[in-house]
Design a protein around this ligand. Structure first.
Ligand SMILES: C[S@@+](CC[C@H](N)C(=O)[O-])C[C@H]1O[C@@H](n2cnc3c(N)ncnc32)[C@H](O)[C@@H]1O
Length: 262
């Protein structure tokens, strides 16, 4: 396992990807599912650069409360900058698997693209359940990398690249197991939705445009463990460049959103 590290450089890269239209649409979907109302107390577990937390803080208003926490100091710094002028918002270091927060303190919580990085999911979900009030809502969204359709002229080489990329997180297939995991933690699952990240053509400013670079960089550092020599990585990249130039690029992966209540 060689998981991604969320340092200052990757915080910037994540932030750029999160401004792209697919991810902007994802945030709108998550907000719709959570349906926050003025005065509510909200928690964002794994707040990242704070884009969703800022929208949520505005929606609950000054009579509400927004708490964002994240394990990575660089992410906490980015989110704290973004939420600096919002007096009812607070950002702090924290671990999803060990929440330093009182029982029943929140009306609702979100966690997008975070649990897939967490080793002990039953423990993290038990913690989420504990800090919500009875009847409180949670929206959890993660990617299942098995849903990826990414065109390549060499499928076997693409499969080797993606086997390496699977190492960037704790569980590349978490969504398929999330329903029973949530029920096991005491939640009731109310709704589930697919949130696609879809680029049927090459578009540099897109989720796919950002991920192509992230995956290339990750494999550059970790590929040799998977027998991916630099020449094979270069051939993979050259194939992708040819497909982009020929208007034959295609990338699609699904994220899965769960609305659950305590
Ligand atoms: C891909 S980013 C998602 C950020 C944000 N939720 C969003 O959707 O914009 C994953 C985030 O999860 C955080 N993270 C990973 N493991 C964590 C844990 N055990 N507790 C809290 N945060 C964690 C990382 O530091 C990173 O900020």
């Amino acid at each position: 396992m060689s998981q991604l590290t969320f340092d200052a450089a990757s915080a910037k890269a994540v932030e750029a990807i999160y401004m792209t239209p697919d991810v902007v649409a994802q945030r709108a979907r998550v907000i719709d599912l959570l349906a926050p109302t003025p005065g509510e107390r909200l928690l964002d577990v794994g707040v990242g650069p704070g884009l969703l937390a800022l929208d949520l803080a505005r929606l609950v208003g000054e009579s509400g409360r927004m708490v964002g926490l994240d394990l990575a100091p660089a992410m906490v710094a980015a989110a704290a900058d973004r939420l600096a002028g919002v007096s009812h918002a607070e950002v702090r270091i924290g671990d999803a698997a060990d929440l330093d927060l009182p029982d029943g303190a929140f009306d609702a919580a979100v966690s997008t693209q975070v649990y897939e990085y967490v080793d002990d999911i039953p423990r993290a979900l038990a913690e989420l359940h504990r800090v919500l009030r009875p009847g409180g809502r949670a929206v959890i969204l993660d990617t299942d990398w098995r849903s990826l359709v990414w065109h390549s002229s060499d499928t076997a080489r693409m499969d080797r690249m993606l086997a390496c990329w699977d190492d960037h997180l704790a569980d590349p297939h978490l969504p398929a197991k999330l329903g029973p995991l949530l029920r096991g933690a005491g939640f009731e699952v109310r709704r589930t939705e697919i949130v696609p990240m879809f680029s049927p053509r090459w578009q540099p400013f897109s989720y796919a445009g950002g991920m192509v670079k992230s995956i290339r960089n990750f494999v550059r550092t970790n590929g040799e463990k998977h027998g991916l020599e630099p020449a094979e990585q270069a051939a993979w990249w050259s194939d992708q460049e040819s497909l982009m130039a020929a208007d034959a690029f295609f990338f699609s992966v699904n994220r899965y959103a769960f609305l659950a209540t305590r």
